[in-house]
Design a protein around this ligand. Sequence first.
Ligand SMILES: Nc1ncnc2c1ncn2[C@@H]1O[C@H](COP(=O)(O)OP(=O)(O)O)[C@@H](O)[C@H]1O
Ligand SMILES: [Mg+2]
Length: 240
Amino acid sequence: MVYIIASGKGGTGKTALACGLSFAFAERGIRVLMIDGDTATRSLSTAMNVYESAVFDLSDVAFGTVSVAEAAISHPDYGNILVLTSPMEESSLTETCVADAVKQAKSDNLADVIIIDGPAGLGSGFRRCAMGADKGIIVATSDAISLRSADLAAAELERLGVNDLRMVVNRVSKKITGRGGMPNIDDAIDLAALPLIGYIPEDRKVITSLALGIPITKQRGSRAAASYREIAGKLERSDL
Ligand SMILES: Nc1ncnc2c1ncn2[C@@H]1O[C@H](COP(=O)(O)OP(=O)(O)O)[C@@H](O)[C@H]1O
Ligand SMILES: [Mg+2]
């Protein structure tokens, strides 16, 4: 199965979710290939601690210099996670390069699940990522603007042929969950009109994990890690 992690509004936690789910899948013995679909930042490479070791990236695969198997790097702690990094320059990519990389990874049986970490915005980078995906997970934070913009991302994904969509609400604080007056999980479902697969609590350990390249699943007592594991379990039960 190939997931695109997408959002309407930027900075909602796509990379955090892509990493958290990958670690949780890996703990279950599931092999994961992550593809960095965000050319603007190197945040996935940093978060997955492959920044220094990456020699080739998606652009080298796009132009046939190397295969996905040659370009993707194993995570230093989780050998069953491969990361295909992104170049900084969008111009070095082709329209179909993500879809082509996915096809190659499938035929070479490199992974059981492929996770594409999507870019900010709904432009050409988003289309390139969507072309490789079967299913979409849309990440929103629990404010109304983010929840409504999740709908825009969903509509765009459907237009591009990715129809199986789920939503994750991220950075939910204890104060917001279940209290009257503020958007709670029920409001979130109503506002975004997308099936919710789970929510991730606000957890400072996510911030340090991403910045320092420490797997969130190695951070003792992380509430976010518990949620990533729960969502990975649900996805596995629904046939990944
Ligand atoms: N559950 C969370 N709790 C606390 N901070 C989070 C959480 N999820 C994401 N963040 C922080 O929010 C910021 C944006 O997250 P990121 O995953 O990079 O978003 P995106 O990939 O959508 O741009 C980062 O600084 C990250 O550490
Ligand atoms: Mg990101």
